[in-house]
Design a protein around this ligand. Structure first.
Ligand SMILES: Cc1cc2nc3c(=O)[nH]c(=O)nc-3n(C[C@H](O)[C@H](O)[C@H](O)COP(=O)(O)OP(=O)(O)OC[C@H]3O[C@@H](n4cnc5c(N)ncnc54)[C@H](O)[C@@H]3O)c2cc1C
Length: 434
C-alpha cells in the first residue's frame, strides 16, 4: 500500500479523498465502527471550502450545512431564551472579493459521513472497527500491525499518515513532544433535543455565548431547530465527572435556556479539555502527523479541524509527487516547514483573538508559507533547483487575499494532472533520494 492513514476522523478521511484525487492508493484504519456520533466542530472556513471545491466536495458539504442566514450571527446573552441579548453579524463580507467560496457551519458528525462516502467512492480502502496497535520503520517504509475483529495482521506501506487525533498513540510512539500554552480547564458538552425553533426565529446564530448557568457557557447550533449542544466549564475538584449525571446535565441546560417550562430530551454528554499545543515535529522517517495528532487549538475561532484540512491538502500532492518519482525530497520536507507555523498561529489565536465575531481572514486566507520549495514571486528559482524535475509548482502569482493587512498568500499546492496509478500488494518503491 503506498499510504496507510491511521484514523478516520475528518482529517484522515479528507487525506484519503486528497490522495485518491491524485490517483494514489491508500488505506484508512479507524478503530471505531462508524464516523463521529456526537457534535463537535462546526466552523468550516472559507479556505476549507476552497479545498472542498478543488476536490469536488463543496456541494455535498453545503447540503448538510446550516442554511446561510442562520450562520451569519453571533449571539451574546444571559440565557438562550432570555430577553437580554445581543446578536452581531459575522464579518463574512470581508472575504467575498478574495474567494469565490463562503464559510459554512457544518456539524462535524454531518460532515464526516460525506467525507467517508467520497473517500470510498473514489477508491480508498476504508477499514472501520480496525485499530493500528503498533508500527516499525525501515529505509523503505512502515510496517503497521492492525487488529480487526480480534485478528492481527501486518500492513506494509511506503508512508504512514497519523491522523489519529489528540489521543492517538502515534505521536508519542515517535517520541515527538508538543509545545504551547497547554490545557485550560475542563468542559462538558451536552446534547439535547428541545422544541424551541419558533422561539429562536429572531435569534438564529452560529454560536450563542451565555453568561448562565456559568460564565463561559455556550450553545452551538447543531441544526438550529431541535438539536442543541451546550458546552459548559466544570471544575473536577468541586464537581467530579461522575457527578455530571443525566439529571445534572439537564439542570445545566435548563440554566442556559432560561425557561424551565421547555420540554427537553437528553441525548448524551462528553467531556473534553480545551487545549492549545503543537507537535515539535511533523515528520519522523516515513510517518507524517496531520490534524489533531499534530496540533490542537482552543475551540475559539473553530480553527482546529480547518488547520488539519490544510495539512491534508498540503501533504497529499507532495506524497503523490514523491511516490510517482517526480518530486525531490525537498518537497516532502517542506510539509512541516510550511504547516507547523500556521498551526502555531492558529493555536495562539484560539486563546482569544479568534473568538467570533472577530475576523480571522488573515489566519484563514493570508497565511504566508516560507520553505525551501518556495521561490520569490515573479523570479526564477533562487536555490539550486530543489524541484528541478518537478512540473508541479503553481506558477500563479501571489493572491492578494488578506485585504485588511494587505499581506499576500503563497501556496505550494497546485492543480495537477489526474493520474491513474494503481498499486496492489507491496508498496511502490519510493524513489531512492532520501
Ligand atoms: C467542542 C469542540 C468544538 C470544535 N469546534 C471546531 C470548529 O468549529 N471548527 C474546527 O475546525 N474545529 C473544531 N474543533 C476541533 C475539531 O473537532 C478537531 O480539530 C477535529 O476533530 C480533528 O480531526 P482529526 O481527524 O485530526 O482527529 P479526530 O477527529 O480526533 O479523529 C481521529 C480518529 O483517529 C481514530 N484513532 C485514534 N487512534 C487510532 C488507532 N490506533 N487506530 C485506528 N484509529 C485510531 C479515532 O478513533 C478518531 O476517529 C472543535 C473541537 C471541540 C472539542
Amino acid at each position: 500500500m503506498p499510504v496507510l492513514i491511521v484514523g478516520g476522523g475528518p482529517v484522515g478521511l479528507l487525506m484519503a479523498v486528497g490522495l485518491r484525487h491524485f490517483g494514489v492508493d491508500c488505506m484508512v484504519v479507524e478503530k471505531h465502527a462508524s464516523t463521529l456520533d456526537f457534535p463537535k466542530g462546526r466552523r468550516v472556513t472559507t479556505r476549507t471550502v476552497e479545498i472542498f471545491r478543488q476536490w469536488g466536495l463543496e456541494e455535498e458539504v453545503s447540503n448538510v450545512s446550516l442554511p446561510r442566514p442562520d450562520s451569519l450571527f453571533v449571539f451574546d446573552g444571559d440565557t438562550l431564551l432570555g430577553a437580554d441579548f445581543q446578536r452581531r453579524g459575522m464579518p463574512f463580507d470581508d472575504v467575498t472579493r478574495s474567494s469565490p467560496t463562503r464559510e459554512l457551519i457544518c456539524s462535524q458528525e454531518q460532515l464526516e459521513p460525506v467525507l467517508r462516502k467520497q473517500a470510498q467512492d473514489r477508491g480508498a480502502d476504508l477499514r472501520f472497527s480496525t485499530e493500528v496497535v503498533g508500527f516499525t520503520q525501515d529505509d523503505d517504509g512502515v510496517t503497521a500491525e492492525i487488529v480487526a475483529h480480534g485478528e492481527q495482521v501486518s500492513v506494509r506501506a511506503a508512508y504512514m499518515v497519523a491522523a489519529d487525533g489528540v489521543r492517538g498513540g502515534t505521536r508519542e510512539a515517535l517520541g515527538v513532544s508538543r509545545s504551547g500554552p497547554g490545557a485550560f480547564g475542563q468542559r462538558v458538552s451536552i446534547l439535547v433535543e428541545a422544541d424551541i425553533e419558533m422561539r429562536m426565529e429572531q435569534r438564529q446564530s452560529a454560536v450563542y455565548w451565555l453568561r448562565r448557568p456559568l460564565s463561559g457557557s455556550l450553545f452551538v447550533a447543531v441544526d438550529n431547530k431541535s438539536r442543541w449542544l451546550m458546552s459548559a466549564p466544570y471544575n473536577p475538584e468541586t464537581e467530579p465527572g461522575e457527578s455530571l449525571t443525566e439529571r445534572r446535565c439537564v439542570e445545566l441546560v435548563r440554566g442556559g435556556l432560561g425557561d424551565d417550562s421547555v420540554e427537553l430530551r437528553y441525548i448524551g454528554h462528553r467531556f473534553w479539555e480545551p487545549t492549545a499545543l503543537v507537535a515539535d515535529r511533523y515528520q519522523v522517517g516515513s510517518v507524517y502527523l496531520v490534524g489533531d495528532a499534530a496540533h490542537v487549538t482552543m475551540p475559539e475561532g473553530g480553527l482546529g479541524m480547518n488547520c488539519g484540512v490544510a495539512d491534508a491538502h498540503n501533504l497529499a500532492w507532495k506524497l503523490d509527487g514523491d511516490l510517482a518519482g517526480w518530486a525531490s525530497p525537498a518537497l516532502l520536507k517542506s510539509y512541516e516547514r510550511e504547516r507547523r507555523p500556521h498551526a502555531v498561529a492558529c493555536a495562539d489565536a484560539s486563546l482569544g483573538p479568534a473568538r467570533p465575531p472577530n475576523p480571522i481572514d488573515g489566519l484563514v486566507l493570508g497565511q504566508v508559507y516560507h520553505s525551501a520549495v518556495i521561490t520569490p514571486d515573479h523570479t526564477a528559482e533562487s536555490s539550486p533547483a530543489p524541484l528541478a524535475r518537478s512540473r508541479a509548482l503553481d506558477p500563479r502569482p501571489v493572491r492578494q487575499r488578506l485585504r485588511r493587512a494587505h499581506r499576500p498568500s503563497r501556496e505550494t499546492s497546485a492543480r495537477y494532472r489526474r493520474r491513474c496509478c494503481a498499486h496492489h500488494g507491496n508498496p511502490p518503491r519510493r524513489p531512492r533520494h532520501r
